[in-house]
Design a protein around this ligand. Structure first.
Ligand code: AMP
Length: 251
C-alpha cells in the first residue's frame, strides 16, 4: 500500500496568537511555525503501518509557500519516504482549493490511503479531508482514534463521535482523518533528521495544476477573544454553594 499524508505548516500550538493591528489576520512574522499537530499524528500512523509492513511508501504532501519544505522535512525525519510541495505565494488557501490540489496529486500518485489531520489548528476548518473524499469519490473515515488493516483490503477505523466510539469498515482506497487519541507522535532522532535531508522533495508550482485558486470567502475582520475574568478560590463547599446561589444564580 502507498500512503499520501497531508501536512500543513501552522503557527506552533505553544505560541500566543497576536492579532494584527489592522485586524486583517494574525501575526506570522518572527513567529514559530510547526507541523499541524493532527498531521504529526497522521505521519506517525503511516510510519507505524510501514513498520508493520502494511504500507510500502509514505509520500508527504504540503501545499504552501517555500517554507513548507521544512514541514515536509519534519515528516521525512519521522519516517516519510519522499515529499511533494505544491508551491504557492499565498499564505492561506481555502480548504476547497487545498482539496482540489490534493485530489490532483492523488490522481497522479494513486495512493491507497490518504491521511489528513481532522483539522488544522490555524483555521479550525475541519473540511479538507471530507472535501478530498468527496472529490475523489473515496470512502472516508474521519476522527480516527484506532486504525486496523484487514487482509481483505479494507480498513477498520474506530471513530470518536459524540455518543462514544463508532467502528466503520472502509474499502481501500480511502481517506482517513486523525483524532488526538490515535497515537502519540515520535520525536525524530538526530540521525533521522540528517537522513531526511537527503530525501527527495518534488516542488510543483500551483499554477501548473490549472486549478482555480480564487478565494470564495472574504475575511472581514479578525479580533482577539474577549478577556476572561480571573477565577477565585473559595475556602469551603459552603462558600461555593453560596456564590453559585447568590452571585452566579445558577442554583
Ligand atoms: P482543515 O480542513 O483546514 O481544518 O485541515 C484539515 C487537514 O487538511 C489538515 O490537518 C491537513 O492534514 C490538511 N491540510 C489542510 N491544509 C493543508 C495544506 N495547505 N497542505 C497540506 N495539507 C493541508
Amino acid at each position: 500500500m502507498k500512503a499520501l499524508v497531508c501536512v500543513k505548516r501552522v503557527i506552533d500550538y505553544n505560541v500566543r496568537i497576536r492579532v494584527k493591528s489592522d485586524k486583517s489576520g494574525v501575526e506570522t512574522d518572527n513567529v514559530k511555525m510547526s507541523m499541524n499537530p493532527f498531521d504529526e499524528i497522521a505521519v506517525e500512523e503511516a510510519v507505524r503501518m510501514k513498520e508493520k509492513s502494511e504500507i510500502k511508501e509514505i509520500v508527504i504532501l504540503s501545499i504552501g509557500t517555500d517554507k513548507s519544505q521544512e514541514t515536509i522535512r519534519s515528516g521525512l525525519a519521522m519516517g516519510g519516504d519522499r515529499g511533494i510541495l505544491v508551491k504557492t505565494e499565498k499564505e492561506q488557501l481555502e480548504p476547497l482549493t487545498v482539496g482540489k490540489i490534493i485530489k490532483a496529486v492523488s490522481d497522479r500518485e494513486k495512493p491507497d490511503i490518504i491521511i489528513l489531520g481532522k483539522q488544522a489548528i490555524d483555521d479550525d476548518c475541519n473540511q479538507t479531508g471530507q472535501i478530498v473524499a468527496t472529490l475523489l469519490e473515496f470512502p472516508q473515515a474521519t476522527f480516527a482514534s484506532e486504525l486496523k488493516k484487514n487482509d481483505d483490503n479494507t480498513l477498520e477505523v474506530t471513530r470518536e463521535v459524540d455518543g462514544g466510539l463508532e467502528t466503520v469498515k472502509v474499502n481501500i482506497p480511502c481517506v482517513v482523518t486523525t483524532d488526538l487519541r490515535l497515537n502519540e507522535p515520535r520525536y525524530a532522532s538526530l540521525p533521522n533528521i540528517m537522513k531526511a535531508k537527503q530525501k527527495k522533495i518534488d516542488v510543483l508550482e500551483i499554477g501548473s495544476f490549472g486549478i482555480d485558486i480564487k478565494d470564495r470567502l472574504q475575511v472581514l475582520e479578525v479580533n482577539e477573544p474577549p478577556e476572561r475574568k480571573p477565577g477565585i478560590k473559595v475556602d469551603d463547599v459552603e462558600a461555593l454553594v453560596n456564590k453559585l446561589k447568590n452571585e452566579a444564580k445558577v442554583l
